[in-house]
Design a binder for this molecule. Structure first.
Ligand SMILES: C[S@@+](CC[C@H](N)C(=O)[O-])C[C@H]1O[C@@H](n2cnc3c(N)ncnc32)[C@H](O)[C@@H]1O
Length: 226
Protein backbone atom coordinates (compact mmCIF):
# COMPACT_ATOMS: atom_id res chain seq x y z
CA UNK A 1 0.00 0.00 0.00
CA UNK A 2 2.79 2.45 0.91
CA UNK A 3 4.29 2.41 -2.59
CA UNK A 4 0.83 2.87 -4.04
CA UNK A 5 0.16 5.88 -1.80
CA UNK A 6 3.50 7.42 -2.90
CA UNK A 7 2.62 6.91 -6.55
CA UNK A 8 -0.79 8.50 -5.97
CA UNK A 9 0.82 11.46 -4.19
CA UNK A 10 3.13 12.09 -7.17
CA UNK A 11 0.31 11.73 -9.65
CA UNK A 12 -2.09 14.09 -7.91
CA UNK A 13 0.56 16.73 -7.16
CA UNK A 14 1.49 16.80 -10.87
CA UNK A 15 -2.19 17.33 -11.69
CA UNK A 16 -3.15 20.05 -9.21
CA UNK A 17 -2.51 22.93 -11.65
CA UNK A 18 -5.03 21.51 -14.02
CA UNK A 19 -7.81 22.04 -11.50
CA UNK A 20 -11.25 20.51 -11.85
CA UNK A 21 -13.69 23.36 -12.40
CA UNK A 22 -17.45 23.60 -12.78
CA UNK A 23 -16.78 26.45 -15.23
CA UNK A 24 -15.53 23.78 -17.64
CA UNK A 25 -18.18 22.07 -19.74
CA UNK A 26 -17.30 18.39 -19.19
CA UNK A 27 -16.78 18.56 -15.37
CA UNK A 28 -20.02 20.51 -15.13
CA UNK A 29 -21.99 17.71 -16.82
CA UNK A 30 -20.28 15.02 -14.74
CA UNK A 31 -21.03 16.86 -11.51
CA UNK A 32 -24.64 17.62 -12.38
CA UNK A 33 -25.30 13.99 -13.38
CA UNK A 34 -23.72 12.81 -10.12
CA UNK A 35 -26.03 15.09 -8.15
CA UNK A 36 -29.03 13.87 -10.15
CA UNK A 37 -28.25 10.17 -9.49
CA UNK A 38 -27.70 10.94 -5.80
CA UNK A 39 -31.14 12.50 -5.54
CA UNK A 40 -32.57 9.18 -6.81
CA UNK A 41 -30.47 7.08 -4.41
CA UNK A 42 -30.96 9.25 -1.33
CA UNK A 43 -34.60 10.11 -1.98
CA UNK A 44 -36.56 10.17 1.31
CA UNK A 45 -33.46 9.54 3.42
CA UNK A 46 -33.42 11.93 6.35
CA UNK A 47 -29.87 13.04 5.56
CA UNK A 48 -29.77 15.76 8.24
CA UNK A 49 -29.90 13.05 10.93
CA UNK A 50 -27.43 10.64 9.35
CA UNK A 51 -23.89 10.01 10.52
CA UNK A 52 -21.91 10.10 7.30
CA UNK A 53 -18.36 9.08 6.37
CA UNK A 54 -16.76 10.04 3.05
CA UNK A 55 -13.61 7.99 2.33
CA UNK A 56 -11.00 9.66 0.07
CA UNK A 57 -12.87 12.95 0.25
CA UNK A 58 -10.43 14.94 -1.91
CA UNK A 59 -11.09 18.65 -1.54
CA UNK A 60 -14.71 18.02 -0.52
CA UNK A 61 -16.70 18.54 -3.74
CA UNK A 62 -18.80 15.45 -3.12
CA UNK A 63 -19.47 16.40 0.53
CA UNK A 64 -20.72 19.78 -0.67
CA UNK A 65 -23.30 17.85 -2.73
CA UNK A 66 -24.37 15.88 0.34
CA UNK A 67 -24.82 19.15 2.24
CA UNK A 68 -26.88 20.53 -0.68
CA UNK A 69 -29.10 17.48 -0.29
CA UNK A 70 -29.62 18.13 3.42
CA UNK A 71 -26.73 16.51 5.33
CA UNK A 72 -25.40 18.42 8.38
CA UNK A 73 -21.70 19.27 8.33
CA UNK A 74 -21.46 18.39 12.07
CA UNK A 75 -22.53 14.79 11.30
CA UNK A 76 -19.99 14.29 8.53
CA UNK A 77 -16.60 12.61 8.92
CA UNK A 78 -14.08 12.54 6.09
CA UNK A 79 -10.73 10.86 5.53
CA UNK A 80 -8.28 12.22 2.97
CA UNK A 81 -4.71 10.97 2.65
CA UNK A 82 -3.12 13.77 0.60
CA UNK A 83 -2.15 16.80 2.66
CA UNK A 84 -2.81 19.46 -0.02
CA UNK A 85 -6.29 18.16 -0.64
CA UNK A 86 -6.93 17.78 3.08
CA UNK A 87 -6.05 21.48 3.60
CA UNK A 88 -8.51 22.48 0.85
CA UNK A 89 -11.12 20.21 2.41
CA UNK A 90 -10.74 21.82 5.86
CA UNK A 91 -10.82 25.31 4.34
CA UNK A 92 -14.02 24.62 2.41
CA UNK A 93 -15.71 22.60 5.14
CA UNK A 94 -14.34 23.72 8.54
CA UNK A 95 -17.23 22.12 10.49
CA UNK A 96 -16.84 18.54 9.36
CA UNK A 97 -14.71 16.02 11.26
CA UNK A 98 -11.83 15.54 8.82
CA UNK A 99 -8.77 13.30 9.18
CA UNK A 100 -5.57 13.53 7.15
CA UNK A 101 -4.76 9.79 7.15
CA UNK A 102 -4.80 6.58 5.19
CA UNK A 103 -8.33 5.27 5.82
CA UNK A 104 -6.94 1.80 6.57
CA UNK A 105 -5.10 3.27 9.60
CA UNK A 106 -8.12 5.06 11.07
CA UNK A 107 -10.05 3.71 14.08
CA UNK A 108 -13.51 5.15 14.47
CA UNK A 109 -15.24 4.72 17.81
CA UNK A 110 -18.72 4.73 16.26
CA UNK A 111 -20.55 3.45 13.17
CA UNK A 112 -22.10 5.31 10.24
CA UNK A 113 -25.53 5.43 8.60
CA UNK A 114 -24.05 6.34 5.24
CA UNK A 115 -20.54 5.70 3.91
CA UNK A 116 -19.44 6.93 0.49
CA UNK A 117 -16.41 5.92 -1.60
CA UNK A 118 -16.53 8.13 -4.66
CA UNK A 119 -13.94 7.71 -7.44
CA UNK A 120 -11.39 6.44 -4.90
CA UNK A 121 -10.96 2.70 -5.51
CA UNK A 122 -9.80 3.07 -9.13
CA UNK A 123 -7.06 5.46 -8.04
CA UNK A 124 -5.62 2.73 -5.79
CA UNK A 125 -4.04 0.20 -8.11
CA UNK A 126 -3.10 -2.29 -5.37
CA UNK A 127 -5.91 -4.84 -5.30
CA UNK A 128 -5.39 -5.97 -1.70
CA UNK A 129 -5.69 -2.51 -0.18
CA UNK A 130 -8.61 -1.27 -2.26
CA UNK A 131 -10.76 -4.27 -1.42
CA UNK A 132 -9.65 -3.99 2.24
CA UNK A 133 -11.09 -0.48 2.16
CA UNK A 134 -14.46 -1.89 1.06
CA UNK A 135 -14.42 -4.57 3.82
CA UNK A 136 -13.50 -2.01 6.49
CA UNK A 137 -16.28 0.32 5.29
CA UNK A 138 -18.82 -2.54 5.53
CA UNK A 139 -17.70 -3.22 9.11
CA UNK A 140 -18.20 0.44 9.98
CA UNK A 141 -21.79 0.56 8.74
CA UNK A 142 -24.72 0.72 11.16
CA UNK A 143 -27.15 -2.22 10.91
CA UNK A 144 -29.47 -0.19 8.63
CA UNK A 145 -26.63 1.68 6.99
CA UNK A 146 -25.85 2.18 3.33
CA UNK A 147 -22.53 2.12 1.47
CA UNK A 148 -22.34 3.93 -1.86
CA UNK A 149 -19.47 3.15 -4.21
CA UNK A 150 -19.10 5.13 -7.40
CA UNK A 151 -16.39 4.10 -9.82
CA UNK A 152 -15.30 2.50 -13.10
CA UNK A 153 -15.94 -1.25 -13.24
CA UNK A 154 -14.69 -4.12 -15.38
CA UNK A 155 -14.09 -7.72 -14.46
CA UNK A 156 -10.54 -7.77 -15.84
CA UNK A 157 -9.54 -4.94 -13.46
CA UNK A 158 -7.84 -3.32 -16.43
CA UNK A 159 -5.26 -0.60 -15.89
CA UNK A 160 -6.92 2.42 -17.53
CA UNK A 161 -3.56 4.21 -17.19
CA UNK A 162 -0.57 3.85 -14.84
CA UNK A 163 -2.66 5.60 -12.17
CA UNK A 164 -6.13 4.14 -12.60
CA UNK A 165 -7.36 0.58 -12.46
CA UNK A 166 -10.93 -0.61 -12.95
CA UNK A 167 -12.58 -2.49 -10.10
CA UNK A 168 -14.43 -5.77 -10.20
CA UNK A 169 -18.13 -6.04 -9.38
CA UNK A 170 -17.60 -9.77 -8.78
CA UNK A 171 -15.12 -8.97 -5.98
CA UNK A 172 -17.39 -6.31 -4.48
CA UNK A 173 -20.23 -8.88 -4.48
CA UNK A 174 -17.98 -11.46 -2.79
CA UNK A 175 -17.03 -8.98 -0.06
CA UNK A 176 -20.64 -7.93 0.47
CA UNK A 177 -22.22 -11.36 0.03
CA UNK A 178 -24.71 -10.97 2.90
CA UNK A 179 -25.85 -7.58 1.69
CA UNK A 180 -28.41 -6.29 -0.77
CA UNK A 181 -26.73 -4.70 -3.79
CA UNK A 182 -28.41 -2.27 -6.17
CA UNK A 183 -26.51 -1.06 -9.23
CA UNK A 184 -27.01 2.09 -11.25
CA UNK A 185 -25.00 1.06 -14.29
CA UNK A 186 -23.31 3.07 -17.02
CA UNK A 187 -24.33 6.45 -15.71
CA UNK A 188 -22.00 8.57 -17.85
CA UNK A 189 -21.59 9.09 -21.55
CA UNK A 190 -18.10 8.05 -22.70
CA UNK A 191 -15.77 10.95 -21.88
CA UNK A 192 -14.41 11.24 -25.45
CA UNK A 193 -17.93 11.72 -26.85
CA UNK A 194 -18.97 14.09 -24.04
CA UNK A 195 -15.79 16.18 -24.43
CA UNK A 196 -16.30 16.24 -28.22
CA UNK A 197 -19.86 17.52 -27.80
CA UNK A 198 -18.57 20.16 -25.38
CA UNK A 199 -15.99 21.30 -27.95
CA UNK A 200 -18.69 21.61 -30.61
CA UNK A 201 -20.91 23.54 -28.20
CA UNK A 202 -23.48 20.74 -28.42
CA UNK A 203 -23.44 19.90 -24.70
CA UNK A 204 -27.26 19.79 -24.55
CA UNK A 205 -27.00 16.39 -26.27
CA UNK A 206 -24.98 14.85 -23.43
CA UNK A 207 -27.99 14.02 -21.18
CA UNK A 208 -29.98 12.77 -24.19
CA UNK A 209 -27.24 10.37 -25.35
CA UNK A 210 -26.62 9.32 -21.74
CA UNK A 211 -30.23 8.17 -21.49
CA UNK A 212 -29.70 5.79 -24.42
CA UNK A 213 -26.76 4.19 -22.50
CA UNK A 214 -25.39 2.83 -25.81
CA UNK A 215 -22.29 5.01 -25.68
CA UNK A 216 -21.88 5.14 -21.92
CA UNK A 217 -18.71 4.06 -20.09
CA UNK A 218 -18.67 1.55 -17.24
CA UNK A 219 -19.15 4.09 -14.45
CA UNK A 220 -21.57 2.59 -11.96
CA UNK A 221 -23.09 3.66 -8.66
CA UNK A 222 -23.35 0.63 -6.38
CA UNK A 223 -25.56 0.79 -3.30
CA UNK A 224 -24.90 -1.79 -0.60
CA UNK A 225 -27.18 -2.26 2.39
CA UNK A 226 -28.44 -5.05 4.70
C1 LIG B 1 -10.18 10.86 -7.62
S1 LIG B 1 -10.08 11.52 -6.01
C2 LIG B 1 -11.82 11.63 -5.58
C3 LIG B 1 -12.10 12.66 -4.53
C4 LIG B 1 -13.56 12.74 -4.07
N1 LIG B 1 -14.01 11.48 -3.54
C5 LIG B 1 -14.47 13.23 -5.16
O1 LIG B 1 -15.27 12.42 -5.65
O2 LIG B 1 -14.40 14.40 -5.53
C6 LIG B 1 -9.51 10.15 -5.01
C7 LIG B 1 -9.09 10.59 -3.62
O3 LIG B 1 -8.97 9.44 -2.76
C8 LIG B 1 -7.90 9.68 -1.86
N2 LIG B 1 -7.45 8.39 -1.30
C9 LIG B 1 -7.04 7.31 -2.02
N3 LIG B 1 -6.70 6.31 -1.18
C10 LIG B 1 -6.90 6.75 0.07
C11 LIG B 1 -6.75 6.16 1.36
N4 LIG B 1 -6.30 4.91 1.50
N5 LIG B 1 -7.07 6.90 2.45
C12 LIG B 1 -7.53 8.17 2.31
N6 LIG B 1 -7.69 8.79 1.11
C13 LIG B 1 -7.39 8.09 0.01
C14 LIG B 1 -6.87 10.36 -2.74
O4 LIG B 1 -5.92 11.05 -1.96
C15 LIG B 1 -7.73 11.29 -3.60
O5 LIG B 1 -7.87 12.56 -3.05
Amino acid sequence: MNNDLKRMEQFYSSRENNAWSLFKCYPFFLASKQLYVLTKILDEKKLHRQKILDIGAGSGSFILNLILLGASAENISAVEYLEDRFIQLKTRLPNIHALNQNYLDVNFQFKFDLITIMAVLTSITDNTSRYQIVSKALEELEENGMLIIYDFFDEKETFLSKNYRAISMKKIKELANNYKIVEYKKVYLHSKIAKGLCKLNLQEFIPILEKLKLFNANYHFVIISK
